[in-house]
Design a protein around this ligand. Structure first.
Ligand code: ADP
Ligand code: MG
Length: 361
């Protein structure tokens, strides 16, 4: 299987710099996700790799062969790149049967290993045996999604490019279909670059996640690293609400409304931003060690979310300033609703707290 490499790729649409000096490499057989909010340049990168946009600056190579190069460089046409594509609106051809849809990309190929027998077997493997003669509109959304993926896989592409392939499905179905998709992709062995704006989806599917922020790579790392060691506030904020606490580093620690937070290696007097995930606020009514490292807080609101509970806490005293302390959001597993107005102890757990030195100005 070939790898897919972007080297110093930039792309403009008029005044908009959609992709800004991106260099990433997807290794052979790897499943990488491009993750980021709407408009950050994910689809543009995919379309550049597919050859649906003309590359103006930088270089894209598949299996070590340059397929697109800026300037007057080479631009291999899409059909010569050996890539499979599946887009957001993966619309199957309504007038073709399931088998004809899957075989669509095989029509013009001669001597390909994949044929009717492959389609039969592939349908069987994804639990859709005997649906080959049906028409798309008679199938569920999840079945249609799997067929669109088989259509992209049928020509046995070395590289698969998937743009938000689950966005047409409701939440419940997405979770099921992505498991099946993961299995199908692993089976195919194709080098895959998938676009999503859903961090959990990226975590679930990817071997590696490339986070994009306004056209630039914000972090390129394993899913676990992206979650546990975000490189900057943008990446830390991807996974849901965070409490944003500012303070000043002193002796490798910063005092916050949630108590002391370690800030190793940050010089004294430097302002820092502490991002504490709502899951990272620990509460207790019986703190160990007489409450050292904890702060007292009053419960302002407590709501059951189902699998978790949400609390709004008001720290009682602010070690940092004389201003009334900001409210803190906390999320804990299970249903555990302390009485509104009651007091408890709270602290920021180290694993879910991220400290970033702020620019001096
Ligand atoms: P994403 O897929 O991450 O949502 P896109 O790659 O589609 O983002 O778009 C990145 C930026 O480029 C956005 O600001 C978008 O409006 C702009 N853009 C994308 N395609 C075009 C186009 N064909 N013409 C003009 N601007 C575009
Ligand atoms: Mg997009």
């Amino acid at each position: 299987m070939p790898g897919l490499d972007f080297t110093h790729v930039s792309h403009r649409f008029g005044e908009t710099l959609a992709v800004d000096d991106v260099s990433i490499g997807v290794e052979a057989g790897e499943l990488a996700c491009l993750l980021g909010p709407s408009g950050c340049g994910k689809s543009t990168l995919l379309r550049l790799a597919a050859g649906l946009e003309t590359l103006r600056s930088g270089r894209i190579a598949i299996g070590g062969t340059v397929v697109a190069e800026g300037g007057a460089g080479r631009q291999l046409p899409p059909e010569k790149r050996g890539v499979g594509l599946m887009f957001q609106d993966y619309a199957l051809f309504p007038h073709l049967t399931v088998a004809q849809n899957i075989g669509f990309g095989l029509r013009d190929k001669s001597g390909e290993a994949r044929d009717g027998a492959w389609i039969e077997r592939a349908l069987g493997e994804v639990g859709l045996a005997h649906l080959g003669e049906r028409y798309p509109h008679t199938l569920s959304g999840g079945q249609q999604q799997r067929i669109a993926l088989l259509r992209a896989l049928a020509p046995n592409p070395g590289v698969l490019l998937l743009d938000e392939p689950f966005s047409g499905l409701d939440e419940h179905l997405r979770q099921r279909v992505r498991q099946e998709t993961r299995a199908m992709l692993a089976e195919s062995g194709a080098t895959t670059l998938m676009v999503t704006h859903d961090p959990e989806e990226a975590m679930f599917l990817a071997d590696r996640i490339v986070v994009l922020d306004r056209g630039r790579v914000a972090q390129d790392a394993s899913p676990v690293e992206i979650y546990t060691a975000p490189a900057n506030p943008f990446v830390a904020r991807l996974f849901g609400p965070v409490n944003e606490l500012e303070g000043v580093a002193r002796g490798g620690t910063v005092e916050t409304v949630l108590g002391p937070v370690p800030a190793p290696g940050v010089e004294d007097g430097r302002r820092v931003l502490c991002l504490v995930r709502t899951d990272g606020v620990e509460t207790t009514t019986t703190p160990p060690d007489g409450g050292r490292g904890y702060v007292r807080a009053r419960v302002e609101s407590a709501r059951a979310l189902g699998p978790a509970s949400w609390l709004l806490l008001r720290p009682m005293a602010d070690a940092v300033s004389t201003r009334p302390p900001a409210a803190i959001e906390a999320r804990m597993p299970g249903i555990d609703l302390p009485a509104v107005g009651s007091e408890l102890w709270a602290r920021a757990t180290e694993e879910q707290t991220f400290v970033f030195a702020l620019e001096r100005n």
